[in-house]
Write a protein of this length. Sequence first.
Length: 233
Amino acid sequence: MSDPTVNAIKSGARPRMGVKTMTSLAMLTAVAYVVMILSKMLPQVVGFLQMDLKDTVICIGGFIFGPLAAAVIAIVVAVVEMFTVSDTGIIGLIMNVLATVAFCCTASFVYKKVHSKKGAVIGLALGAVCLTVVMLLWNYLITPIYMEMDRAVVAAMLPTVFLPFNLVKGGLNMAVILLLYKPVVTALRRARLVPESQTIVQPGGKVNAGFLLFSLALLATFVTLTLVLMGIL
């Protein structure tokens, strides 16, 4: 027969962990919403296309808590955005969710299977590719309806507008995630909001200079490409 005291402790531990997880997810959702608002201050690329860094926050949430958590955060942020600051209605909601889920869930799924820097890089690269492919398909299907344009015109825009935009958007988010993931997880771990295991382990706690330089070079490359798309450079 089991000890009632032990059972009570075990049964009480689960709700506390659940509260911590919910607190972390709520915080990440709020931060993602704020980042989305700030991203709207950036110049638009073409028409309704807007660089958005909220996927950085959502993907970090996915790396910590798994792809399902990333999907939940993506849906919540998109719904709140639709009712507060968006003027694209349900179509914008659908496109937002599809883009974010394609990138964040793919990246976090791979990272969950290969929990290392290599897994993070591979997952994020695959996420950027998945984002691009998914959005090419859905822009071809939805944009003619939303923009009231001939489908042939939209088809001509796929390789010249939508392809580079989504690749650069995915690459920019990838670079920022690689730079911010470890500091963010370290801060959450110190606040005891995530388990000790939820980080990219670095032997001896040292900063990997090569990985940092790679991330900075990637960020500089995609920031430059973003400025080019915006017509600033």
